[in-house]
Ligand binder design. Sequence first.
Ligand code: ADE
Length: 234
Amino acid sequence: MRIDIVTIFPTFFDALDISLLGKAKSAGLLELGVHDLRDFAHDRHRSVDDTPYGGGAGMVMKPEPWGEALDALIPERSADRADGSGPLVIFPSPAGEVFTQASARAFAAESHLVFGCGRYEGIDQRVFDDAAERSRVKLVSMGDYVLNGGEVAVLAMIEAIGRLIPGVVGNPESLVEESHEDGLLEYPSYTKPAEWRGRPVPPVLLSGNHGAIAAWRREQQLERTRRVRPDLLG
Ligand code: ADE
């Protein structure tokens, strides 16, 4: 998979050089391009923002640098390609659809993602409208709270997507038994010692009875989901 990121803070993405995703990059499973939006701003101060039309607080990101950056990353007329092989362009935004494990799975099936990180009060609306004429465009939110910009949201999305790329996580079974993969929260985990600070590991886990262990884990998942996230049970 190829991922391109446009940002005014490229160093945020140095974090992608470490851990599993760093290894995925070295192994060639993930190709990453980080692009500084200011490289596409041509005035003396390389400015990327301006005051909002209609008034109001804060600044809005100017369309020209974004247009040039996306022109460089979206192959011409990719929306017209019969095989849909153009990139999926994702802008993190509190005004977008909420990112879930299902979104991570859908995005992980793409061959090319382009992330555009907004800052300030957002990006001039015409940037989205223009890009949508040439490619698939989505606004995606990390949840009902406000971040200072899209960078942290993109890091979170790339971590969730990257671990679903075949070969990135060593043991693919560990992807199955996790929170949200089956619509429930995950069960509690224990390791050695069998007793710690007077707290024993639940005896069923030491029983060697795989059927009983599976049933106990399922019950724990249901109990936890009912208590913490009843909305997931519908
Ligand atoms: N940018 C600012 N807040 C955000 C959020 N909640 N999700 C995604 N991008 C954002």
